[in-house]
Design a protein around this ligand. Structure first.
Ligand code: G6P
Length: 804
């Protein structure tokens, strides 16, 4: 660093000196030129004014009366000017013309009058032959012979001007011819001392030198200060921050040092630091796993698995909900992550293999940030995969999403006593939108060898067949995130055949649990012509084989359990502060987190809390249930009404029991981020999941993942997919209000050892079956399938797909 500073200073000094000297040189040159021009000008002016007088005096040699008159006139002029007539001290003069003596004196007097002019050394007059006629006293000492300039002026009849060395110093001679009746009869030399120009120039050089010195000093000083404040300081701070990070003295994420003008660099460094820290913890994890001979799934393991399974194939995921929405509010553009379990589950998969996620662009500023092909790179702060947005009209969204998917298929599959509505117009929109998404998929896999397409959910039942018709070489799977009902229930859908046929276009169909697979196979058996193979859980239809498998979805949980259980948990003070933030004082907390949906059993849950407080009045004033409820699909009347019902029910129960600062139910009616929900999970004595029917329910698993203290009890509806795996939860039938009320009581009264044991075992389940394992198994199964692609169709279909 020191060497760098010395180099910097030397370069600065040399640079500034050269530049300043260059400027000074041109300045001095200009000054010199100006002074010389000025001197030449003055000599010329003097010559001009002398010329007439000299020629006059020369004439008087032949016309004395004119000369006398002229001499008298000059005398008068002199007395007016107060100058004395000069006495001749000049050399003995000789003139070959008559009357010369008197005339010589006159010329001598004339030149003597100019003896005292500034910088004028004198004037000398010569006749045509070169004999001296008159000369200013003292000039004869330095000007011993006729200057060559005068000879040339006489010969050429023209003025001549030049700088010469005279008597050892610089002088300027201005020579001009003297004429009589247009004939050159002699010449005159006006001699100026020019040494003052050189002296002045030397002075200017001295001043410039001093100025350069001061400039070099000031500029070097300022530059060094700027470098120190803006470059050396931030670099030193960044270096020590990176050193601390590298040596593990600080952990990432850590606040970035302020690197001022290096901010863009700082962001890159931060990303690198994040990768470094990530790689380090992955390596540590790997080492731990090797030690423990375990086989836990992590993001890195999934990444390796996907790369080896996909080979050079490209992964495309299709879902209705997008992972990032761009929302504009006035001038501010916000990125929103929607409250969807599906998004949480799929993002690690895309991050791991740089694929493409195709989804409905539903943010009000989504169109502003995409490229010409409706794509952008996400996540916004660390882009790792492509998001391709598909645009829907209001009518399409209304018919396909709100109508057919959420008023038709959703209640049909959940059987939660809300009547499914099937409208022909909705069905038309559903088909159109499936076609629109198919087109987007085909565009994304155009010219891609071995593409792998993962279709998500009940919004896209027709997509697998539509894709396969154009690209039979693509591996296509669909994962159905909601339950599949029994064939009788499904049979009420007027378009059941088309839906099942669309799904059977896939190579693999995934459900959360085996009973959903069984229901599906029974439905297929009943409504379409096919051969169901119950031994291998597959369907053969029109020469195409589809396998049907359970893949229980899960959460991003990779805590390997090597750490001692976090006995501290949430302190009493932290719990009180959390409750105070929602205006409550209580001793025990229950928590529920749901989209406000009639399948979630929120009203049944509130009734169970009411029953519990009736049966166990000692908990009145002590137990509060916090319900976090994200309003959802409120455009649909059933959902809109439900929101109001839930609020009214909470109000009714609160009004019945509340006292002082306590009330039994806190309903937080808005979408909360994972970060906001986490403290409630960690503070709660129990978590209530009372879905009337649920494909899996990730809230149950998120609650377990948050409880590193191994406390807290999970009360779980037996009608969730999660209930098949989490056997240590207190399982309830949410329709049975008394049973749920008793479960609340049992959870609050449970021995700490029992709680810990149950929690410990359930956490092991979600650790072993986390989201990475879900994705890894699903994609591995899909990639290992034997595809029956008619050899000649694959090329043709690729060509027609891009055309269609
Ligand atoms: C639940 C279901 C998912 C579904 C999602 C849709 O989370 O389990 O399968 O995709 O709801 O929610 P949305 O708000 O996008 O309609």
């Amino acid at each position: 660093m020191r060497l760098l500073s010395v180099r910097l200073i030397v370069s600065l000094i040399v640079g500034i000196t050269l530049v300043s000297c260059g400027f000074s040189y041109y300045e001095v040159l200009g000054e010199k030129r100006a002074m010389r021009n000025d001197l030449e000008h003055r000599a010329a002016m003097l010559g001009e004014s002398l010329e007439g007088n000299v020629e006059q005096s020369w004439v008087t040699n032949q016309n004395t009366s004119v000369a006398q008159t002229t001499a008298q006139g000059r005398k008068r002029e002199r007395s007016r000017a107060g100058t004395k007539p000069a006495t001749s001290k000049g050399p003995a003069l000789s003139l070959d013309q008559s009357g010369g003596e008197r005339s010589n004196q006159e010329l001598q007097q004339l030149v003597q009058r100019f003896a005292n002019r500034e910088h004028l050394l004198g004037v000398a007059i010569y006749d045509r032959q070169g004999a001296l006629v008159a000369i200013t006293p003292d000039l004869d000492k330095t000007l011993t012979s006729r200057p060559s300039q005068v000879s040339r002026a006489v010969a050429d009849g023209q003025e001549e001007s030049s700088f010469v060395r005279l008597g050892g110093s610089s002088a300027h001679i201005f020579a001009l011819p003297i004429r009589r009746q247009n004939e050159v009869v002699g010449g005159m030399a006006i001699v100026h001392d020019a040494s003052y120009i050189r002296e002045h120039i030397l002075l200017v050089w001295r001043q410039s030198f001093l100025r350069v010195l001061v400039q070099v000093f000031i500029i070097t000083l300022i530059t060094l200060l700027i470098v120190r404040w803006s470059i050396t300081g931030p670099i030193a701070r960044a270096a020590s921050w990176m050193r601390a990070l590298r040596t593990g003295k600080i952990a990432f994420p850590h606040e970035l040092p302020d690197l001022e003008m290096f901010r863009p660099l700082a962001r890159e460094v931060a990303t690198m630091a994040a990768s470094l820290s990530h790689a380090r913890s992955a390596a540590e994890n790997e080492a731990r796993l090797r030690d423990a001979a375990e086989s836990m799934w992590t993001a890195d393991r999934l990444s390796v698995q996907l790369r080896s399974r996909l080979q050079d194939g490209h992964l495309v995921v299709v879902s209705n909900r997008e992972p990032y929405m761009h929302q504009r509010d006035g001038k501010s553009l916000e990125v929103v992550v929607p409250p969807s379990g599906l998004v949480t589950a799929l993002e690690p998969v895309l991050n791991a293999c740089d694929g493409t996620w195709i989804a409905h662009g539903s943010g009000n500023a989504d169109t502003e940030v995409v490229d010409a092909r409706d794509r952008l790179r996400v996540p916004p702060d660390d882009p790792r995969y492509n998001l391709r947005r598909v645009w829907l009209t209001k009518e399409e969204e209304e018919g396909y999403y709100y109508g057919f998917a959420n008023e038709g298929l959703w209640p049909l599959c959940h059987i939660a006593h809300t009547r499914p509505l099937f409208r022909a117009t909705d069905w038309q929109h559903y088909q159109d939108v499936n076609r629109k998404f198919t087109q987007a998929v085909l565009e994304e896999i155009e010219n891609v060898e071995n593409p792998v397409v993962l279709v998500q959910d009940y919004h896209f039942a027709l997509l697998p067949r539509m894709i396969k018709e154009k690209r039979p070489d693509a591996r296509v799977a669909i994962f159905w995130h909601i339950p599949w009902p029994n064939p009788e229930a499904f049979g009420i859908c007027p378009w059941q055949r088309q839906l099942v046929d669309g799904l059977l276009g896939a190579d693999l169909i995934g459900f959360h649990i085996q009973s959903h697979c069984n229901n599906f196979l029974q439905t297929v058996d009943r409504i379409v012509e096919s051969r169901v193979d119950w031994e291998h859980f597959s369907v053969l239809r029109q020469d195409h084989n589809t396998i049907v498998r359970p893949f229980p979805i899960s959460v991003d949980f990779t805590d390997d359990g090597s750490k001692e259980s976090d006995n501290q948990g949430f302190s009493y003070l932290e719990r009180s502060a959390l409750l105070r933030s929602v205006g409550i004082e209580a001793t025990f907390i229950g928590v529920g987190v749901d989209r406000v949906d009639y399948t979630k059993g929120i009203l049944e849950r509130f009734l169970a809390i009411e029953r519990f407080l009736e049966r166990y009045p000692s908990y009145q004033g002590k137990f509060t249930f916090v319900q976090i409820g994200a309003p959802s699909r409120t455009h649909i009347k059933r959902y809109h009404d439900l929101l109001a019902e839930v609020e009214a029910e909470a109000d009714r129960i609160n009004w019945r029991f509340q006292s002082g600062k306590w009330r039994p139910i806190v309903f937080l009616k808005r979408q909360h981020s994972h970060k906001e929900i986490e403290p409630y999970y960690r503070a709660a004595d129990l978590c209530l999941v009372t879905s009337l029917h649920d494909g899996m329910n990730l809230v149950a698993k998120e609650f377990l993942a948050a409880r590193s203290d191994e406390r807290g009890v999970l009360i779980l509806s037996q009608f969730t997919g999660a209930a098949r795996e989490l056997r240590d939860a207190l399982l309830v039938n949410p329709y049975d209000i008394d049973q749920t009320a008793e479960a609340i009581h049992a959870a609050l009264e449970m021995e700490p050892e029992d709680k810990q044991l149950r929690m410990h075992r359930m956490r092991k389940v979600i650790r072993d079956y986390n989201i990475y394992r879900w994705a890894g198994n699903l994609i591995t199964e899909l990639c290992e399938l034997r595809l029956d692609v008619p050899a000649d169709t694959s090329e043709k279909s690729r060509a027609s797909a891009s055309a269609g």
